[in-house]
Design a protein around this ligand. Structure first.
Ligand SMILES: Nc1ncnc2c1ncn2[C@@H]1O[C@H](COP(=O)(O)OP(=O)(O)OP(=O)(O)O)[C@@H](O)[C@H]1O
Length: 774
């Protein structure tokens, strides 16, 4: 370990709050410290961060240098520790930007700094609290009416590592007499007005009290966060994931947390938030990736998506699987080694019943069926052979294998109990109309016709939950899978035991390095599993369909179909969920009309609904327009309070000719960029126009045209209303709202979503009459 010590700053020593006897004790600046003293303290925090990094780095090099020698246990311990140091290094780097953001001064004279992670000095003096620690909660919760022992809350506003400003909220008036000034909510406003980058940022410095209550809410049951656009639902959901990982690290680190969002653009948009909060081990999945191993495409027909979303499929798939098992109507002869053996319907029925009685999934039970049938046929064959050889008792132990290999037998057993993959089962269902008709009487003839498609068609997002359901009932195709499971379980128990010992041995040293609680036996064992392939829990969970998570966070939850919920419920049998969304923004064909309805089949008694009511994103003038349009088209929205009035009035441009729209949209982007000075501008357009608009934007803006949510360097994007879901931009150009309304079959949800994506300005470009409410 390095010998460097953090020296108290001159300024900090002068105010004398802490003794200077120990070289590595850092004195806290006094309550009326100015920016210079805070800078000194912040610099000391960064020195400690750098020191920890250096120590981790050295440990990692040391561990790596030991090479692959020693016992298996030594090697797996070494790998586990290497992974741990790598993870810790990644965490220490990810929190570098704006490491600390707050300070609390309390009635009892104590001061606490609040930051992205907890830090202590080498002498175990607490330097900074993790924002998720129980004692840090008052930073977000204290108000002038309910001070909770807080005299003053100070926001430290950093750019990277540099303190750029301070903002004080004095909750105890006597502090004002000590010369401190009181300010409003400048830190929040500065965050809200900041230029958007195409990547969501964290809000850890300015979480509001209603949001904090949700973030720290109990883990059990289903917590639904209902809120209009821009109320911080996504932000709250991600901070809650980070909070739960901190508060329940033991359990969640090994089981993992899954975050589900609507599409891959959205997943990339939010992917940096958790690392910036010091958390890297979560699994992110869009609805398209719900079934590991199958990359599904959009479902082109919304009617088909609606049909496939119904919970009826649980029964349909069960019947479809059962239908693949059948007896024979008449006895059948099979030839083994030139001898004819008659297989009766009764024998097959007995075999099926015995296999079903194992309670195993279809493919796994099939091996019992095969075993039983092979034995019965072999016995019959043996009797025939005995008769032929007049009771001569030859060794006939080879007969089972002969029977198993016989072509006739294989054909017959496959006919009665065909091994099936989920993909093949679904392909059959959708390409064989009679099969579907047999097993899906719940669907009308027209509905079944809509589902028909040719074999080999790509699987769609709406198929993923059906594949999952089928996989659950079919089980593993590989007959040795059961044995593998047992082997894996035994070796895991051994891994866990080894890991426990390793962690115990290393704990004192780790604590000194500030890695307390960062590692548990379960996590080490996971790293050791899979033949030394170092997979973390999240990596394993992401590829394993049967993995069950400790908690699942679902964004845009109003869009999920009952079948999609069905998959997620299976992935978290504890039913520990955070689902955030807005019923009014629902646009998918299976969108829920109430949260109670969405969860009724799964968790109705464990449902808690919390509401967020302040729109932090969109200025008042744009929100009012969006709410007017929603109301005029029959959509009930909750009235939102807004934080800002809006500097720019919405502009509406009308063109006589639809052919002018592409150029008009391109010009509108330039006009918005001029109006805003700088910023990320998105064109949100009907599906049939967006391609042409992209081409035109490419001609005008070249490389500045970005894909997805945009980026710092790419400040122009063009998206459909669906793609824009959950994203935000400094300026929005909305093209032909009447067509946006039409393409979602008159449901105004998508148009409402599109209108509320802007943080600054909105410009509408239209050739047709505007929908009611404009
Ligand atoms: N407490 C806060 N401090 C700073 N910014 C905040 C805060 N709460 C929300 N925001 C910002 O408001 C914007 C909207 O947040 P978010 O995307 O989480 O809202 P949402 O409710 O999910 O919106 P939508 O339903 O429209 O997609 C984001 O830029 C977010 O960073």
């Amino acid at each position: 370990m390095s010998e460097s010590k953090i020296k108290p700053s001159a300024a900090a020593s002068q105010n004398g709050r802490q003794s200077d006897e120990h070289a590595d004790v850092i004195a806290l600046p006094s309550i009326n410290a100015g920016i210079e003293q805070e800078r000194e303290y912040v610099a000391a925090l960064y020195r400690r961060l750098d020191q920890l990094r250096e120590e981790n780095h050295q440990q990692l090099s040391k561990v790596r240098a030991t090479g692959a020698v020693g016992t298996m246990q030594n090697i797996s311990e070494r790998d586990a520790f290497a992974t741990m140091y790598e993870d810790r290094l990644a965490q220490l780097s990810a929190v570098d930007d704006r490491l600390v953001f707050g300070r609390l001064d309390l009635d009892n004279g104590d001061s606490r700094y609040i930051g992205r992670i907890g830090l202590t000095s080498e002498a175990r003096q607490r330097l900074m609290l993790d924002w998720r620690a129980p004692e840090a909660g008052v930073f977000y919760q204290a108000t002038a009416f309910d001070r909770q022992g807080v005299r003053r809350r100070r926001h430290l506003m950093l750019k990277r590592r540099a303190v750029q400003g301070l903002e004080d909220e004095v909750l105890d008036a006597t502090v004002l007499d000590e010369g401190t000034e009181n300010h409003g909510d400048g830190a929040l406003l500065a965050a809200l007005k900041a230029r958007r980058t195409g990547q969501m940022g964290d809000i850890v410095a300015t979480i509001q009290s209603e949001q904090d209550g949700i973030i720290r809410a109990d883990r059990s049951g289903v917590l639904v966060v209902q809120g209009g656009p821009g109320t911080g639902k996504t932000a709250v959901a991600l901070h809650r994931a980070a909070y739960l990982l901190y508060a329940h690290r033991e359990r969640l680190k090994s089981a993992g947390v899954l975050i589900v969002g609507p599409n891959s653009t959205f997943m990339s948009y939010i992917e940096r938030v958790l690392p910036s909060l010091g958390e890297t081990g979560v699994v992110m999945s869009s609805l398209a990736d719900l079934y590991p191993g199958v990359r599904s495409v959009e479902e082109p027909d919304p009617h088909v998506a609606a049909i496939k979303g119904r919970l009826d499929w649980v029964q349909i798939i069960a019947d479809a699987v059962a239908h693949r098992r059948r007896t024979i109507a008449q006895p059948r002869d099979v030839t083994v080694e030139g001898v004819k053996v008659t297989v009766t319907p009764k024998m097959i029925k007995r075999g099926i019943e015995r296999a079903k009685a194992t309670g195993k999934p279809y493919n796994e039970a099939r091996s019992t069926f095969v075993k039983v049938m092979v034995r019965e046929i072999a016995e019959k064959l043996e009797r025939i052979l005995q008769q032929r050889s007049a009771g001569n008792d030859a060794d006939r132990s080879y007969l089972d294998e002969e029977v198993r290999q016989a072509r006739d037998v294989r054909v017959l057993l496959n006919l009665c109990w065909m091994p099936r993959t989920p993909q093949a089962l679904l392909e059959d269902l959708f390409s064989k109309p009679n099969y579907l008709a047999d097993v899906a009487p719940q669907l009308t003839k027209d509905e079944r016709r809509l589902l028909q498609r040719s074999p080999g068609s790509a699987f769609t997002i709406a198929d993923a939950p059906l594949l999952d359901e089928a996989a659950e009932l079919l089980g593993d195709l590989d007959e040795s899978a059961g044995r593998d499971e047992i082997r894996k379980k035994l070796s895991r128990e051994k891994d866990l035991e080894n890991a426990r010992k390793a962690v115990e041995n290393a704990t004192p040293q780790l604590e000194e390095m500030g890695i307390e609680g960062f590692l548990d036996a379960e996590a080490v064992a996971n790293m050791n599993a899979d033949g030394g392939q170092r997979m973390t829990a999240s990596e394993r969970a992401g590829v394993d369909r049967t993995w069950t998570y400790g908690h699942i966070v679902v964004d845009e939850a109003q869009e999920l179909s009952p079948m999609q919920w069905n998959v997620l419920m299976r992935r978290c049998p504890m039913k520990s969920f955070t689902a955030v969304g807005d019923i009014a923004q629902g646009s998918s064909p299976s969108a829920a009309s109430s949260w109670e309805q969405a969860f009724a089949p799964f968790a109705d008694d464990r449902l808690r609904v919390e509401e967020l009511t302040v729109n932090y994103r969109t200025p008042r003038n744009i929100v009012e327009l969006a709410e007017r349009v929603a109301a005029a088209n029959g959509l009930q929205t909750t009235q939102l309070r807004t934080v800002r009035d809006g500097e720019y009035e919405p502009i509406i441009e009308h063109y006589d000719d639809a052919s002018a729209l592409v150029t008009a949209a391109t010009d509108a982007v330039s006009a918005e960029q001029q109006r805003l000075g700088e910023g990320l501008v998105a064109v949100i357009a009907p599906v049939n126009l967006v391609g042409g608009i992209r081409r035109s934007l490419r001609n005008t803006f070249g490389k500045r045209l970005g894909a997805g949510a945009g980026s710092m360097a790419q400040d122009v994007v063009a998206l459909t209303a669906d793609e824009a879901k959950g994203l935000e931009f400094d300026g929005v150009v909305l093209v032909e709202p009447a067509a946006l309304l039409e393409e979602s079959n008159g449901r105004v949800g998508s148009l409402y979503v599109a209108m509320t994506r802007s943080t600054q300005s909105l410009r509408v470009v239209a050739s047709r009459d505007l929908p009611a409410g404009f």
